[in-house]
Design a protein around this ligand. Structure first.
Ligand SMILES: *Cc1c(COP(=O)(O)O)cnc(C)c1O
Length: 426
């Protein structure tokens, strides 16, 4: 299977996930002494690192100039590594400065542009969403020639801020509010791939099962590792495990890391599995960090494969964090360290602020710790306010949505209706 086909189809015909046959060693790590990066090395610019990393993966697919333009266009926002005041060697990698204020912007913006480059016929991206993916894909893929987006979300089950982000009228994007649950939305998306009325149309999905979303996520791990003298420990707030998989893939391509900690909320399949390989998926439970409410992580089989291929699991640990501990961390972090975190990031920060919460021995660590911050606190103002008493400042990306034109269709949870809609806009 070519990379192009894998990207365009998203999922393999047998329902499996695509993985690279070989993970290429990155030249930037080939010189001894450079493995851990270090300040002298000078890879300070995110886009510069993105060009170097992605050119290895996209060799023969996209030429250097096209890739350079794509990178400049997709990643046109800052990616700061912020030290936490009063905590030694502890940093937050803020991945939420893109247009929809979550790390999903990296994958969605890159994937949309790659689809635009690679497709010779119109392609329709279908997304079922209950949170950050929908708005990131809608925004990231809007206006790209040949690319349309149909996003389905469950009525009454997304937050007001999230719904405003989903409903904004964007060229090439059709938002559909389904009279049903998130599971109904997901079933409708899956059903569309085998619906007879859609035979022969180019459909794909932009959920994190698409390999095209993982590549740009590797870049911010590598960018970060290059800033430190010593290999850092990465703490990754996790749900479907796409973000963690990207980090592990970066490790396989030569990046030195002290390890990875997957921080989960009460949906704790992965921590249970690391402790006991007979652990099973479980139904998802609602928590304060709703983008991580995943009982059956979709990237798990990729991760398991990477573990088996290289025995990398030795460097991966996982923790389970309760809502009570998450709220406590948000308050502590604000009061003692002056940092306002969203509930997802707070799950990650709990692993270092409250080691009793984990089996992880990071209390006596000697390496820098980098917690990936996956969303802006202003996306969850109610939770942040009740935990800290603070109302997060509204960033310009959200302020712009006030008064913006909206367009949304209402639909019953019926596969024929959605097929009809896809046909009508194709
Ligand atoms: C999607 C998401 C996550 C979980 O990421 P995975 O790659 O699914 O593990 C964490 N935080 C936020 C804010 C998200 O939107």
């Amino acid at each position: 299977m070519s990379f192009r086909e894998a990207l365009l189809t998203g999922l393999a015909p047998d329902g499996g996930l695509y993985l690279p046959v070989r993970i290429p060693e990155l030249p930037m790590f080939a010189t001894p002494g450079r493995r851990a990066g270090g300040r002298g090395v000078g890879e300070r610019d995110f886009r510069e690192t993105a060009r170097k990393v992605l050119s290895v993966w996209l060799d023969g697919i996209l030429d250097g100039n096209a890739l350079g333009d794509l990178v400049d266009d997709a990643f046109d926002f800052p990616v700061p590594i912020v030290p936490v005041q009063g905590l030694d060697q502890t940093f937050v990698l803020e991945l939420f400065h893109g247009p929809t204020l979550s790390f999903k912007d990296f994958g969605a913006r890159f994937l949309g542009r790659m689809l635009g480059e690679l497709t010779r016929e119109p392609v329709t991206i279908l997304v079922a969403t209950s949170g950050d993916t929908g708005s990131a894909v809608a925004d990231g893929c809007s206006g790209i020639p040949g690319v349309r987006v149909v996003l389905l979300y469950p009525k009454g089950q997304v937050s007001p801020t999230q719904e405003r982000q989903l409903m904004v009228d964007r060229p090439g994007v059709t938002a559909v509010r389904i009279n049903g649950s998130f599971d109904d939305c997901q079933r409708m998306v899956k059903g569309a791939f085998s619906h007879p009325a859609l035979d022969g149309l180019r459909l794909t999905t932009a959920n994190s099962i698409n390999i095209g979303r993982l590549l740009p996520q590797m870049v911010y791990y590598i960018h970060t590792a290059l800033q430190f003298e010593r290999p850092p420990l990465f703490v990754v707030p996790s749900g479907n495990l796409g973000n963690l998989t990207a980090g592990v893939m970066a490790g396989h391509s030569g990046m030195a890391a002290a390890g990875f900690v997957a921080a989960h909320n009460e949906n704790d399949f992965f921590p249970r599995w690391l402790a006991d390989r007979t652990a099973r998926f479980a139904p998802s439970r609602q928590t304060l960090s709703n983008a991580m409410d995943v009982g059956a992580p979709s990237n798990f089989e990729r991760l398991e494969h990477l573990f088996r291929a290289a025995g990398a699991h030795a460097s991966v640990q996982a923790v389970r964090v309760s809502d009570a501990a998450t709220t406590h961390t948000m308050r502590l972090l604000w009061e003692r360290h002056g940092y306002l975190a969203d509930p997802h990031t707070a799950v990650g920060l709990t692993a270092i602020l409250n080691p009793s919460h984990s089996s992880v021995q990071i209390a006596n660590r000697t390496c820098p710790v980098v917690v990936l911050s996956t969303a802006h606190p202003a996306k969850f103002p109610e939770i942040v306010k009740s935990a800290t008493g603070q109302t997060p400042d509204v960033p310009v990306q959200l302020a712009q949505l006030e008064g913006a034109a909206t367009r949304v269709r209402d639909m019953d949870a019926d596969g024929d209706h959605v097929a009809e809609l896809i046909r009508s806009i194709y």
